[in-house]
Design a binder for this molecule. Structure first.
Ligand code: NIG
Ligand code: FE
Length: 409
């Protein structure tokens, strides 16, 4: 049994004792000054004043911190598409020159361009590319990351994507949470209607995913250019009956999809840039986590999702990068959360909650996101003396030290 005491940290933000839903004031943050963390076998045993822990835990090995460091739970990026091949720099150049995302998609670019490249890539190539992205995420303090399939849109290559995610998850220190997004768009080469495509996925792909243990979550893109609510409902209900948790891409350009997320008690409803007061209220009245994706707004030159309004109505707000080759190529969670916070007037507590315990809730993970006894020892240390420096530097201040399951990564 390996027990160690890590500290002293100038401040530890535990993110404990905060509600899952609604607005948060910074005064509610639990801050432990000159704090320490006792870790045993990858799990947090105790968080408290360093001096007290030093007296109590005298059989623990001391991992001494010798610089000012503010400690937070490891960040959780709860919505990404980092398993892909190719680049869409051409799309981006067209967009900044004035073409819309949907126009580019209709002309055969967009998601289908990434589908062509990802289908052509070997599983090994996908693993290599994803590993490099995982290393960058971890170095920026992301210790858990959701990853979707959805750039293959056929049984064989969707499985290839999910197997690549599975392999990388085993090899890399970061924890990956896989999601099947075979319902990203109806593929061009499928002979049949969008509903028939979804039926095929439900009968041929989802059972295989279950038997190989490749994912426990299913996602769909509800949009004019992808699937309609009426097409999505039977597919999602079938997935739910098979035991999958649901997460939905909704209200990105067209409102309305959130209602289906609420109706089906999905774990999360993601995007929400086009949500109106009706969608906001429906989400706030439900247990669905509202996931906003500032990286997609930045990548598309679009307004941000109404994060302030979601919180004020009482929703649980998580913030994620949506890192993908098309709409959100940047993939910097802290920078994007900080910029969203500045634009939407989020308190520091709200922004940091959105990338820690509220993001854990979007993934239905109860073992992380806060620094308390029994949670996985995932935490990060920023080189500063006051936690407010972190968002103030708008993503430019990166963590100096990262612990994944109690080990420095
Ligand atoms: O979340 N909106 C749908 N899917 C992705 C974009 C994927 C792409 O453009 O490649 C998103 O933004
Ligand atoms: Fe997405």
């Amino acid at each position: 049994m390996s027990r160690k005491l890590i500290g002293p940290f100038t401040q530890i933000l535990t993110m404990d004792h905060l509600p899952l839903k609604g607005p948060l004031q910074d005064e509610a943050l639990q801050i432990i000054s000159e704090g320490g963390i006792v870790v045993e076998n990858g799990t947090i045993r105790k968080v408290g004043a360093f001096a007290d822990l030093q007296k109590e835990a005298d059989n623990a090995v001391l991992e001494e911190i010798t610089e000012p460091l503010v400690c937070l739970p490891g960040f959780i990026d709860c919505h990404t598409h980092i398993c892909y091949a190719g680049s869409r720099a051409g799309d981006y150049a067209m967009r900044v020159a004035g073409k819309s995302y949907l126009e580019i998609a209709k002309a055969g670019g967009g998601i289908l361009e990434s589908v062509r490249k990802t289908r052509a890539a070997s599983q090994k190539e996908l693993e290599r590319r994803m590993s490099a992205r995982c290393e960058r995420l971890l170095s920026e303090g992301v210790t858990t990351c959701e990853v979707k399939s959805g750039y293959a849109l056929n049984v064989e290559d969707e499985l290839k994507m999910l197997r690549a995610i599975h392999v990388v998850n085993k090899k890399q220190a970061i924890d990956l949470v896989p999601t099947c997004l075979a319902a990203h768009m109806p593929p061009k080469d499928f002979v049949g209607s969008p509903s028939e495509y979804l039926q095929m996925i439900a009968s041929q792909l989802l059972p295989q995913i279950l038997s190989e243990g490749l994912a426990k979550r299913v996602d769909i893109f509800i949009e004019d250019s992808a699937f309609a609510t009426e097409e999505a409902r039977p597919y999602l209900m079938q997935a739910q009956e098979m035991g999958f948790a649901l997460t939905l891409h909704v209200d990105q350009f067209t409102p309305g999809g959130s209602f289906l997320a609420v109706e089906l008690a999905a774990a999360s409803a993601d995007h929400l840039e086009a949500s109106t007061n009706r969608e906001v209220q429906a989400l706030a009245n439900s247990d669905v986590i509202a996931v906003v994706l500032p990286g997609a707004s930045l990548g598309l030159g679009y307004p941000f999702a109404p994060a302030r309004k979601l919180l004020d109505h009482g929703a649980a707000l998580a913030i994620s990068t949506d890192w993908n080759p098309g709409s959100a190529p940047m993939g910097d969670l802290l920078m994007q959360a900080a910029v969203l916070g500045a634009a939407e007037k989020l308190t520091t507590a709200e922004t940091l909650s959105g990338v820690t315990f509220r993001a854990a809730a979007a993934l239905e993970l109860t073992d992380r996101g806060v620094l308390t006894k029994g949670k996985i020892a995932d935490f990060i240390g920023f080189p500063c003396e006051d936690y407010r420096e972190i968002l103030y530097q708008q993503g430019k201040l990166k963590p100096d030290l990262i612990w994944k399951a109690g080990e420095t990564a």
